[in-house]
Design a binder for this molecule. Structure first.
Ligand code: NAD
Length: 295
């Protein structure tokens, strides 16, 4: 069993660390929030007073932090995770961050002779608790092979997407599809409503026709057709609109840096921006149907 330093024990990191503990690993937990650390300690983790203390004899270092600036700050510089890691330690960043930061941090680690993968997740807080996350992994083959058995304790679908940063690339491309398709499905239901077409009838047609997609059949944005979708619990998240906006903006940042044309992605980012700025950031992202309904 490995000694694992876990940095960032929030909504996602907390339950992920618990699954590593359940699998028998020794976890050293660090977070800026005392409460987050206390919860991990109650589940069996050992408290680390500083990031350096957490990583000093760790075999594996896992981070689950909010954004690129936190990841760059945590890994880099004196007192950072790269400086503090022991020789041979494996670094796994599970945060969703910009591709550029992921590649910069991976290079810094490689320059110090450390193996690293970016491994953002899909599956949300429920998937983190159940250990059923999907991991999209970027990094060298050897680092992926070492990371896989650790990731398998926190998720069930582990995909190697290529070199450093490609996990982040896969994550933002997927979520750009999701944001655009959720808006398309929502618009269709609102048009149907105004044309006098019953939501269930549209669902019965489109769920088995060419309009079929995940936003329709798993996460239907109107109440009724899919009883488990957030629309049936007043759009309680789930995956918040603020998180969707974050990922759409990361996709736009990457598209502009790479010279890719993503007009629908840009439009989706703008619509989610309006929705979040209207105070709906904590609502499930499928709640955007309410804005499209003029509410
Ligand atoms: P969160 O805000 O609940 O947790 C982040 C934790 O990081 C907090 O406890 C915070 O105190 C800690 N932190 C911040 N800077 C730190 C530092 N320098 N050192 C130590 N700890 C630090 O966020 P979350 O929901 O757990 O999300 C984490 C990441 O996972 C984000 O990148 C997010 O985009 C991604 N993600 C979240 C979800 C979701 O449904 N919540 C789904 C997929 C991916």
């Amino acid at each position: 069993m490995a000694i694992i330093a876990f940095i960032g024990l929030g909504n996602m990191g907390g339950p992920m660390a618990k699954n590593l503990l359940k699998a028998g690993h020794e976890v050293r937990g660090y977070d800026l929030s005392e409460q987050a650390v206390a919860e991990a300690v109650a589940a069996g983790a050992r408290k680390a007073g500083t990031p350096t203390e957490a990583v000093k004899d760790a075999d594996v270092i896992v981070t689950m932090l909010p954004a690129g600036k936190h990841v760059r700050g945590a890994y880099g510089g004196q007192g950072g995770l790269i400086a503090g890691a022991r020789k041979g330690a494996l670094l796994i960043d599970c945060s969703t961050i910009d591709v550029e930061s992921a590649r910069a941090v991976a290079k810094e680690a490689a320059d110090k002779g450390l193996e690293m993968v970016d491994a953002p997740v899909s599956g949300g807080v429920g998937g983190a608790a159940a250990g059923t996350l999907t991991f999209m992994v970027g990094g060298p083959d050897a680092a992926f092979a070492k990371a896989r058995p650790i990731l398998e304790k926190m998720g069930k679908n582990i995909v190697h997407c290529g070199g450093a940063g490609n996990g982040q690339a896969a994550k933002i491309c997927n979520n750009m599809i999701l944001g655009v398709s959720m808006i398309a499905v929502s618009e269709a239901f609102m048009l149907a409503k105004r044309l006098g077409l019953d939501a269930q009838k549209l669902y019965d047609v489109s769920s088995t026709a060419s309009g079929q997609c995940w936003s329709l059949t798993t996460y239907c944005p109107v109440p009724g057709p899919v009883p488990t979708s957030p629309a049936n619990r007043d759009y309680q998240a789930g995956f918040t609109a603020a998180m969707m906006l974050k990922d759409l903006l990361l996709a736009q940042q990457a598209a502009s840096a790479a010279g890719a044309s993503t007009p629908m992605g840009a439009e989706a980012a703008q619509l989610y921006n309006i929705f979040v700025n209207a105070g709906r950031g904590a609502m499930d992202f499928s709640g955007i149907v309410k804005m499209l309904d003029g509410k």
